[in-house]
Design a protein around this ligand. Structure first.
Ligand code: SF4
Length: 487
């Protein structure tokens, strides 16, 4: 039983934490509150509860017996037993036929009879009845007992375990809505549970403050996140991501825990490359020729089905047609595509990166164009406050494009060109952000805030409308799923 229980524990552990190490497994096993089979005898000697299978209960008796979890599908279990080599089928007369389900049912019924007849005075049989027909229901054996079955009781809202008790006491001890006598009573019970006994161990480990989440001192990092005394290198996407959620930015960009690129991101990269070819070369008219160039990489984008790959190709074609229309009507001077800028220092940061396209208007003012390939577009209010576009403008004001423009540093604004979201006339939706005020306004303030936070290494979780798709939900103190993480 112990080995089987150990294997079950291993399987459960592997399922819930696939890459956790052996030491964590051992710690978890050590912290289990139900004693393993090998210690059952000791518990019995103390007048405790014996936990064992029906097979192991044969020949034994107790005043009170609980036969727990008598569920349909589990008891009777009429799945055919067997082993790899079929040794169980060797009989006196040689290899015997496999046991039939009818025989297995008889055996299971006999075993259930053994279990329920272990009780001298009281027998408690438990089973779960789901509210709907699709959920678990009691085994037919429960009905065959031919006794009146009491109405189901709903699940308790608290676990009956020492750890759970310690948790409830902790909550009560700090609950501002609780009365002072209740809080101090909870604290003193906790102290009693945490006090070492004769064996030097506390009655309840979970009551010892050293075991509580968040009580340990944070460990220092091996080095600063960014070198002290140097400007913080920042990109436009970093500023936007940091403002949305500093914790997610840190985990993805600094700790290197970013998820691998998705097919949608690969699609965007290919479309940007095609847009550059259209903007800079004679390829603008030959859309089918351009699409032919991507055939070799299309399969590697990881679409889940062939029809998706085909559909996205149609989307790419429509996007290129929109881009061609936009190129035809855009009367600004094209200064470059995929234009690198920086590094340029600004307010304690070093700004750098690449813009999809840089134009100059008739007055020599610079306009950054960002091609977008998502299916949906932001609201105009969001674009007006967009930090990525704002960052490009700030970099423009700081002279980041001086090399590419013979000294130009006046920003005329920035815009998103939505290649996938088009208008009825066949052109793409264009969403403009007006020129930033002198000094950079709110964008400059956000950038200064980020520089200060990075240097002081402060990365709080900031819930936002993208939390649903965040890979760090289970490690996020702002989410229920990550509630065990303190900071
Ligand atoms: S779940 Fe939301 S708040 Fe938490 S880290 Fe992710 S983005 Fe930030």
């Amino acid at each position: 039983d112990a080995v089987v229980a150990l294997f079950e524990s291993l399987a459960r552990f592997e399922e819930s934490r696939p890459h956790a190490g052996v030491s964590l497994l051992l710690a978890e096993l050590d912290a289990q509150e139900i004693p393993p089979a090998s210690r059952v005898e000791g518990v019995q000697a103390l007048g405790g509860v014996r936990l064992l299978t029906a097979h192991r209960a044969k020949g034994l008796e107790w005043d009170l017996v609980v036969v727990a979890g008598v569920q349909d599908g589990e008891w009777p279990d009429v799945r055919r037993r067997g082993s790899l080599l079929g040794a169980d089928r060797f009989g006196r007369a040689g290899v015997e036929p496999p046991t039939s389900p009818a025989t297995l049912l008889v055996d299971e019924r006999r075993l259930f009879y053994v279990a329920i007849t272990r009780a001298r005075r009281q027998l408690l049989v438990t089973a779960v009845q789901a509210a709907d027909d699709a959920g678990p229901r009691p085994s037919r054996f429960v009905e065959e007992l031919d006794i009146e079955i009491p109405p189901p009781v709903s699940a308790p809202d608290r676990l009956l375990s020492a750890r759970s008790l310690a948790g409830r006491l902790r909550r009560a001890a700090v609950d501002p809505a609780a009365s002072e006598p209740l809080r101090s009573a909870a604290a003193s019970v906790l102290a009693r549970l945490a006090a070492p006994g004769d064996d030097g161990r506390p009655a309840v480990e979970a009551a010892v403050p050293a075991q509580w989440w968040g009580m340990a001192e944070p460990t220092p990092g091996a080095g600063p996140v960014r070198p002290a005394g140097e400007p913080v290198r920042l990109s436009a996407s970093a500023l936007a991501a940091f403002e949305r959620c500093p914790l997610r930015w840190f985990l993805e960009r600094e700790a290197g825990a970013a998820a691998p690129a998705t097919a949608a991101q690969g699609f965007g990269t290919v479309l940007h490359a095609l847009a550059r070819l259209m903007s800079t070369g004679p390829a603008a008219e030959d859309i089918d020729g351009l699409l032919g160039r991507v055939d070799s990489v299309w399969e590697s984008l990881g679409f889940e089905a062939e029809w998706q790959a085909e559909r996205q190709k149609g989307t790419a074609r429509a996007a290129l047609l929109r881009l061609r229309e936009w190129l035809r009507t855009n009367d600004r001077e094209h200064l470059g595509s995929e234009v690198p800028f920086g590094p340029v220092d600004y307010a304690g940061a070093t700004l750098g990166g690449t813009v999809d396209r840089l134009d100059a208007d008739a007055d020599g003012r610079l306009h950054v164009v960002d091609f977008k390939t998502a299916n949906s577009k932001p609201s105009q209010a969001d674009v007006a406050a967009d930090l990525q576009l704002g960052f490009y403008q700030l970099a423009t004001q700081a002279g980041a494009f001086a090399d590419a423009t013979s000294g130009g540093s006046e920003s005329g604004g920035a815009e998103l060109v939505q290649l996938v979201d088009g208008r009825a006339d066949g052109s793409p939706s264009v969403q403009r952000q007006e020129a930033l005020p002198a000094g950079g306004g709110a964008v400059a303030a956000a950038l200064r805030g980020m520089v200060a936070a990075v240097l002081t290494e402060s990365f709080p979780a900031r819930p936002n409308d993208r939390c649903e798709r965040c890979a760090f939900r289970r490690a996020c103190p702002a989410q229920d799923a990550g509630g065990q993480v303190v900071t």
